[in-house]
Design a protein around this ligand. Sequence first.
Ligand code: DGL
Length: 274
Amino acid sequence: MQTQGSIGVFDSGYGGLTVLKEIVKQLPQYNYIYLGDNARAPYGNRSFETVHQYTQECVEWFFNQGCHLVVLACNTASAKALRTIQQNYLPAHHPNKRVLGVIRPTTEVIGNFTESNHIGILATTGTVQSNSYPIEIHKFYPNVQVHQQACPMWVPLIENNEHHKKGADFFVKEYINELDKQNPSIDTILLACTHYPLLLDKIKEHTPIGTKIITQGEIVASSLKDYLQRHHEIESLCSKGSDVDFYTTDSTEDFDKHAAFFYGEAIHSKLAKV
Ligand code: DGL
């Protein structure tokens, strides 16, 4: 019999904590390990090869901690690394382990929010360039038009805790105006980066009244719940006990200070050698 392990939740930095928070809310019975690759964040502007290499190294780290299931709570990693990991790396090296992303669960439901059939995607440059959102959304909602806007300054603002200051308004307004210019009929905006919920108040201030702003935490958590119900062979390998362990590849002191904003409670992280 295989030993049970925690569910792994991964992000390049802090953003995945906004997803973990919702997962723990909906599935409090399991144990979790969170890893932020803060030493190499942000991933948003990095090449496919680099994001793939970093993500795969982190997935391997989770497997070494005994995890059988890892959620990439990062759109950039989901867009640039997930497919290769699922199609090549897992079958060759870990056929019984699973890695899930955040793009598929989001694209399955996002079309239900729009009435105008115009959806705006705000994401990192990497996620936008991958074109994953338009491709995946069209599979489920062929009539929906997808408009994308890269927001390269948002993750650095958030990672440096500058996002709630007045200066952040300039970049929030700028990218939202660019998206609006692409098509003023957009009635639903997806925050397709797990960092962006921290800018939610400012984003709401600068979007036209009535626009629906969708964040991914709850969507990804419900999808994981559904997945575990459908996949008993994986669920039975997920240990229960309600423990959440936090790891970072960079300074634990910095991580603990910042992470509390994302997670909403005090965190005591450990150093991960990936
Ligand atoms: N949180 C990651 C995402 O959802 C991006 C952050 C980064 O650029 O590293 O895309």
